[in-house]
Design a protein around this ligand. Structure first.
Ligand code: NAI
Length: 468
């Protein structure tokens, strides 16, 4: 049977592309090697980690947060198996949701490993070793990414003692001591989970700051908050070795600026030093598909590879490795394949770190504006001055808005605080419409809400906030 589109990979990029293409009238198949749809995000990434982040936060709140509100309970007892069961049930319902969407949209889901034979032809080998060949006008590579490991260091990730995020969401007991290699998003999210559940967590990070690339004000304050929660940091420290030692492991690191090496022992070591595009076994070399110098499938502005009829989206191509970026590329490509004009605005892709408090950002950081020589103004507003935040004892953090000095157009927004990941979207929508800080500041915001801090930060950007 010949399809209009075969999508290889059913993560947020692939499955959303498939659904959109089917909605637009194309005949679509999706090839997936996992037993369930949804890719890394739904099976072992975004979704299960959020189940654990929420559950561990509840545990922590009950132990430390509700007493001050007049809610007295005894010390909470952890039932890790039940917490993991909640995580597994969350994954199950989400991956089943994708199956439902495929059925609803008459998409053929084909289990097996896909390999591009040539433009228009994909062979699929299933778990039983049976091979079938499929044909399509267009092939979409949406194979995502895989754990990158530590650059230049050979590490044996056994997913029990030395774990990637995959093992990091499935530990059978709370480690006494955990070392996290890499102070990026995965390290801080999963480090927070195990810290809240009782582990002593040390993050070893190469850069002098955590969340490299985030706005400097935000990452500095965020590190202080995590330190207050009990997370230890070794910054400017390059990990040069991770080895099993007894029942645990030893992490060796040296100052980036030079100096003596040190080491820390841990029960569990989480390797969170980035991800790399996943292209192994896809037949790209044989099909003549060109990769860039970082191993990503090279594409043009319309997701076309150098081989006509073969396209790529998501983590396997350039850009931030984020599920929602992949989804939007999936939609844009489906529209292009059905003759429409799909487009993604890469200047307005929010990023959220789902810790407590959350960190969220969209658009440019202050450092980026400085480096680009763009004249800007800054407005900041702290949650300590927000009535709702006080009522909820959620006064940690602030909103920061950056706008063009001359035109007042908002160029970036950064929030650290409870619910930041939800609040960031009003700044994103404003930026999509080319709005100014005055537009945002003059938009009526319900009282009392945390979002009033966004309005106040906007007021601070173009003139003065009211409540400060
Ligand atoms: P990352 O790129 O965010 O952070 C990796 C960190 O490891 C960097 O800060 C880097 O400086 C550090 N590092 C590298 N080599 C090192 C060494 N030898 N010693 C010490 N530190 C070293 O990568 P991460 O956290 O693994 O996440 C992978 C991808 O997944 C990212 O693109 C991230 O955006 C995405 N992701 C997004 C989430 C979200 O949006 N909430 C959640 C989880 C992952």
């Amino acid at each position: 049977m010949a399809y209009d589109v075969i999508v290889i990979g059913s993560g947020p990029g692939g499955y959303v592309c498939a659904v959109k293409a089917a909605q637009l009238g194309l005949k679509v198949a999706v090839v997936e090697k996992r037993a369930t749809y949804g890719g890394t995000c739904l099976n072992i990434g975004c979704i299960p980690s959020k189940a654990l982040l929420h559950a561990s936060e509840m545990f922590h709140q009950v132990a430390h947060g509700v007493d001050a509100l007049g809610v007295e309970v005894g010390a909470p007892k952890l039932n890790l198996d039940k917490m993991m069961a909640h995580k597994d049930a969350t994954v199950k319902s989400n991956v089943e949701g994708v199956s439902f969407l495929f059925k609803k949209n008459k998409i053929d889901g084909i289990q097996g490993t896909g390999k591009i034979v040539s433009a228009g032809k994909v062979s699929v080998t299933n778990d039983q070793g049976e091979v079938q060949e499929l044909e399509a006008k267009s092939i979409v590579i949406a194979t995502g990414s895989d754990v990158a490991g530590i650059p230049g260091v050979s590490v044996d990730i056994d997913e029990t003692v030395i774990v990637s995020s995959t093992g990091g969401i499935a530990l059978s007991k709370v480690p006494e001591k955990m070392v996290v290699v890499g102070g990026g998003v995965i390290g801080l999210e999963l480090g927070s989970v195990w810290l809240r559940l009782g582990a002593k967590v040390t993050v070893v990070e190469y850069l002098d700051t955590i969340l490299g690339g985030m706005d400097g004000d935000v990452s500095k304050q965020f590190q202080r908050m995590l330190a207050k929660q009990g997370m230890d940091f070794q910054l400017g420290a390059k990990v040069t070795g991770v080895e099993k030692s007894g029942a645990g492991a030893k992490v060796t690191f040296e100052p980036v600026k030079g100096g003596e090496a040190s080491s820390i022992d841990a029960d569990v070591v989480l390797i969170a030093t980035g991800r790399k595009p996943f292209t192994a076994g896809l037949g790209l070399e044989e099909a003549g598909v060109v990769l860039d110098n970082r191993g990503r499938v090279e594409i043009d502005g319309h997701y076309r590879t150098n081989v006509p009829g073969i396209y790529a989206i998501g983590d396997v191509v350039k850009g931030p490795m984020l599920a929602h970026k992949a989804e939007d590329e999936g939609v844009a490509l489906a529209e292009i394949l059905s003759g429409q004009h799909g487009h993604v605005n890469y200047d307005v892709i929010p990023g959220v770190v789902y810790t407590q408090p959350e960190v969220a950002s969209v658009g440019k950081t202050e450092e980026e504006l400085k480096a680009a020589g763009i004249a800007y103004k800054v407005g900041k507003f702290p949650f300590t001055a927000n009535g709702r935040a006080r009522a909820m004892l959620a006064t940690d953090g602030f909103v920061k808005i950056l706008a063009d000095k001359d035109t007042d157009r908002v160029l970036g927004g950064h929030i650290i605080g409870f619910g930041a990941g939800e609040m960031i979207h009003e700044i994103a929508v404003l930026m999509e419409f080319g709005g100014s800080s005055e537009d945002l500041g003059r938009t009526c915001h319900a009282h009392p809400t945390m979002s009033e801090a966004v309005k106040e930060a906007a007021l601070a950007t173009f003139f003065k906030p009211i409540h400060m």
